[in-house]
Design a protein around this ligand. Structure first.
Ligand code: PBG
Length: 333
């Protein structure tokens, strides 16, 4: 016991838990709408909206309906939306050229949202997997995911997204040196105000399964991502990666997945004091939704509790598929 606490009964901790007004006065962390980034899946077509089977309640939308979703998010007070393209398999190639096509799905969506919903920040994903015939985040040469050649491609992708008007670039590829390379290229091209949120500590996780269905990468992926994504057993390595990305020019850093890695969030925040985000990934969403659909837990309460945990762990914000639902709840009180 700390010396500042009188012994029982002078101290009764339950006094402050007795009523909601008392509990709210001493509450240490609060989840707000401003903490949310909403990841959305974009597909081709017009007026198309289809549910992702492994993520009940989550949609793939054509660009026009993605703009509508962005407007709805802005209305709800969500500060940022993050785009993930569901790319036509016919456009997937060995050289991944669609990744930096100014007219690709993602770049068209960025432009459309920036034109029609100026009040929301647009975040992107930078990795080759949606465009790669073998489903990997980098080029595959003789069974190796090659680093330096991939970084050159990622830089082209970053420039195309910045050109389209993205506010936040999200390199999720886990190649070495990509943040520095992108920052240098962005400065050289005059994109001085484009921010980078680095997926700095991204683990080789089983919790990405439903996402790979959502973007149509599950079928394509051969093997696993363990040579570039982190070993779930490691902590110190995450700190080295975060430090590396911050010194290369990342404005914000991300830890991914979220809930199983809250210890990393806390350590990162305490060590660097940098803007720190977590990604509550597809598998975390699917677990809560599935249990809720079965009546095994109260989905709404589990959702709020899971998101509050990120605030407690020191995160400044959370990427979550629950964003619009939770924003609506928080807005209505
Ligand atoms: C692609 C990427 C992935 C996610 C975000 N960007 C999947 C992966 O690395 O295989 C996962 C997001 C989620 O599961 O919700 N580089």
């Amino acid at each position: 016991m700390r010396p500042s606490q009188a012994p029982f009964p002078a101290t009764r901790h339950r006094r402050l838990r007795r009523t909601e007004p008392l509990r709210s006065l001493v509450r240490e962390n609060v989840l707000t709408r401003e903490d949310l980034i909403w990841p959305v899946f974009v597909r081709d077509g017009v007026g198309v909206r289809e549910e992702v089977p492994s993520m009940p309640g989550v949609m793939r939308r054509s660009v026009d309906l993605t703009v509508e979703a962005a407007a709805e998010a802005a209305e709800l007070g969500i500060p940022a939306i993050c785009l993930f393209p569901y790319t036509d398999p016919a456009l997937k190639t060995e050289d991944c050229a669609e990744a930096w096509n100014p007219e690709n799905l993602s770049n068209r969506a960025i432009r459309a949202i920036k034109a029609e919903v100026p009040g929301i920040a647009v975040m992107t994903d930078i990795a080759l997997d949606p465009y790669n015939i073998n489903g990997h985040d980098g080029y595959v040469v003789d069974d190796e995911i090659v680093n330096d050649e991939t970084v050159e491609a990622l830089v082209k992708m970053a420039l195309a997204q910045a050109e389209a008007g993205a506010d936040i670039l999200g390199p999720s590829d886990m190649m070495d040196s990509r943040i520095g390379a992108m920052r240098t290229a962005l400065e050289a091209a005059g994109h001085r105000n484009v921010t980078i949120m680095s997926y700095a500590a991204k683990y080789a996780s089983a919790f990405y399964g439903p996402f790979r269905d959502a973007v149509g990468a599950s079928g394509a992926l051969k093997g696993d991502k363990k040579t570039y994504q982190m070993d779930p057993a490691n902590t110190d390595e995450a700190l080295r990666l975060i430090e590396r990305d911050l010194t290369e020019g990342a404005d914000m850093v991300m830890i991914k997945p979220g809930m199983p890695y809250l210890d990393i969030c806390r350590r990162v925040k305490d060590t660097f004091g940098a803007p720190t985000f977590a990604y509550q990934v597809s598998g975390e969403y699917a677990m809560i939704e599935a249990a809720s659909a079965n009546g095994w837990l109260d989905g709404e309460k589990a959702m709020l509790e899971s998101l509050l945990a990120f605030k407690r762990a020191g995160c400044d914000g959370i990427l979550t598929y629950f964003a619009p639902r939770v924003a609506r709840l928080l807005k209505d009180g």
